[in-house]
Design a protein. Structure first.
Length: 501
């Protein structure tokens, strides 16, 4: 049976500060332990710099050290699935058997009475959870709650209140309810930086409770030189003087020195020399044909019409593999070493496809619910010449890595060109046609991306490479060295796309 505690103002001794930050609220705490509220809760904070965690080993190492610090001091992790880093932290804490306080926010526009009724149902019906899982529910704001306990609702957090209140509730709640904050990195002017400064300026919070990670190196800065001393550098901090500023405001420096292999490396978009060496092979071991150069025949006037292939470009991994669960993805990051950074490249994606002998279908960015494999009928030279970096997605749209498959084989196995049309056309389509539909920009959706230039084909379900004849496909990469590596596992010819083509 869980121990259930009801708090008004906050479950910590600095309830007045919590009310200042979050407004008058109630809190339900459900735990197997009697000492949950009195135990130290730790928040691991950082600005959301790393869109794709598999591409940065240094901050994963810092997270691991932070959690080890929690376990050594028998502290709890306070986290929420509603933050970008939250699911990763929760899974990491579970692996280390660290108790996790799961923060749950109220439903939008929910009244206090509705929230209390919902809590009664949740607490009555909740299935027994692991001893390390603790649930903390936060109520909607209600001034009557403060009156019950004599809490001053006129007190406010330091600084511009309107700007402070504009920060999402989940971020403010995590920072306000934590006994300790371990700050890994921060972007200047970010909500994380504003919250840290607010907490350090508020005397209601415990002293020396914000720990700032520094990497142990000493680097001079212009401002520190004027003060006659040198400056510490934070992990991934864009402005080293920001560390000095937080230390001057009362933060505690956390000396952090990652091992050399955990430091970020400058890697070729496909693979580094170190990565090439890991998979170097002898030419005699290659079962496939290596063609050092692909002849584009630019002068042929009808080349665009004569191009007989459909191409599938691979990209760097962003998140879980298509056949990997989210928990499995987090586990792979936590169990991996610095080489996980390499495994996120477009080269490694192509290598994985060849090893599995399968192009895995995906439903991402498609209107229909069926998973499909996408290919383009645009000649490969033209396709790669128009590649651009998509900043909103954090990746290139086309990479010089992938497979080209004879369109006759694709057509014989159910592949079809995509139907580009307005959203209104969707309801008129037969069910078997919907996987091949892609809505276009129109008057009702003027900001929608227009994908017609891709001239896409789709195949419903996975494409099993073992079914494709040797002469009906080829693998393309930008360097001879990469082609030599993949030739050992490819059953298709290797085409090298050179700059001269």
């Amino acid at each position: 049976m869980k121990n259930r505690s009801y708090f008004i103002g906050g479950p910590k001794t600095w309830a007045q500060a919590i009310t200042n930050w979050l407004g008058p609220r109630a809190y339900w705490l459900a735990s197997h332990r009697h000492d949950t509220a009195a135990s130290a809760w730790t928040v691991i904070a950082m600005s959301h710099r790393h869109r794709h965690p598999e591409q940065s080993a240094s901050w994963r190492f810092a997270v691991e050290k932070s959690l080890q610090h929690c376990r050594a001091r028998q502290a709890f992790l306070l986290a929420s699935n509603e933050t970008p880093l939250g699911p990763f932290l929760i899974q990491a804490a579970k692996r280390l058997q660290i108790p996790v306080v799961h923060l749950h926010l109220p439903v939008p526009d929910e009244s206090l009475a509705d929230w209390q009724a919902r809590m009664q149902m949740v607490l009555a019906c909740a299935a027994p959870a692991e001893a390390t899982d603790i649930q903390l529910w936060v109520s909607p704001i209600d001034a009557s709650l403060a009156a019950d306990r004599g809490i001053d609702t006129h007190a406010s957090a330091p600084g511009p209140v309107a700007e402070f209140d504009s920060i999402p509730l989940v971020d403010r709640a995590l920072m306000a309810l934590a006994d300790h904050v371990r700050l890994i990195s921060v972007n200047p002017g970010s909500k994380t930086e504003r919250l840290i400064r607010q907490r350090l300026a508020d005397p209601c919070f415990p002293a020396a409770s914000v720990f700032v990670a520094i990497d142990g190196t000493i680097q001079p800065t212009a401002s520190s030189a004027q003060r006659g001393r040198q400056s510490t550098k934070g992990i991934g901090w864009r402005d080293p003087t920001a560390v000095d500023d937080l230390l001057a405001r009362g933060a505690v420096g956390w000396l952090y020195k990652p091992p050399i292999e955990a430091l970020p490396m400058t890697v070729h978009p496909s693979a580094s020399d170190r990565e090439h060496d890991r998979y170097s092979i002898s030419a005699s071991a290659c079962p496939s044909t290596l063609v050092p150069r692909f002849a584009w025949k630019r002068t042929k006037p009808d080349w665009s019409q004569a191009w007989p292939y459909l191409s599938h470009c691979t990209r760097a991994r962003t998140g879980a593999w298509p056949d990997q669960s989210q928990v499995g993805y987090y586990d792979s990051l936590l169990a991996g070493d610095s080489d996980v950074e390499h495994e996120s490249s477009a080269f490694e994606t192509l290598k994985r496809i060849l090893l599995q002998s399968r192009l895995i279908a995906s439903q991402r960015l498609k209107r229909a619910s069926q998973a499909t494999v996408s290919l383009s009928e645009v000649p490969l030279q033209d396709l790669l010449s128009r590649r651009q970096f998509q900043s909103h997605l954090g990746r290139w749209d086309w990479e010089p890595y992938g497979l080209s498959i004879d369109r006759r084989w694709i057509a014989a196995h159910g592949g079809r060109p995509v139907l580009y049309s307005s959203e209104a056309k969707w309801t008129e389509l037969a069910l078997e046609d919907r996987p091949f539909f892609q809505p276009t920009r129109d008057a009702e959706a003027p900001n929608r991306s227009d994908w017609q230039d891709e001239r896409e084909w789709r195949v419903v379900g996975d494409i099993h490479l073992a079914e494709i004849p040797f002469e009906s496909a080829f693998v393309f990469v930008p360097t001879v060295r990469e082609a030599a590596q993949l030739a050992a596992i490819s059953r298709f010819p290797m085409m090298v796309i050179t700059a001269e083509c």
